[in-house]
Ligand binder design. Structure first.
Ligand SMILES: [Zn+2]
Length: 118
């Protein structure tokens, strides 16, 4: 199922090139727990719900001040799935996970970096 297509609309008032970040062209829900993103730089990255859940950057999972991880990764089920996925502005995705957690805002840059680290 294709969740979002043609995310980027290059509006004429969007002229600050420092803000021109990498953007998804297509965000595809491959299954309940797998997501693919086709990026504006022609790359494609894949994500698994449980991995994204463990990397949740929200204040409940990571200490905002120290960057220390609060979330216990062993508490995240392997079979976790996406309840829903929504886009936040033009810069991030918000995942609603099947465990009810939905406070993480994953910027496109964060998602791209995650994939490149793996
Ligand atoms: Zn979180």
């Amino acid at each position: 199922m294709i969740v979002i297509t043609n995310v980027s609309h290059h509006q004429s008032n969007f002229t600050d090139h420092r803000l021109k970040m990498i953007e998804p062209r297509q965000i595809i829900e491959e299954s309940d727990s797998e997501l693919s993103i086709n990026w504006s730089d022609e790359t494609e990255t894949k994500y698994v719900a449980s991995v994204l859940r463990r990397m949740c950057p929200c204040a409940g999972c990571v200490n905002e001040w120290t960057g220390e991880k609060i979330l216990k990764t062993e508490n995240v089920a392997e079979d976790l799935s996406f309840a829903s996925i929504s886009i936040v502005g033009r810069y991030a995705l918000n995942f609603h996970f099947s465990d009810g957690h939905d406070t993480g805002i994953y910027s496109f840059q964060y998602l791209k970096n995650l994939a490149e680290k793996n």
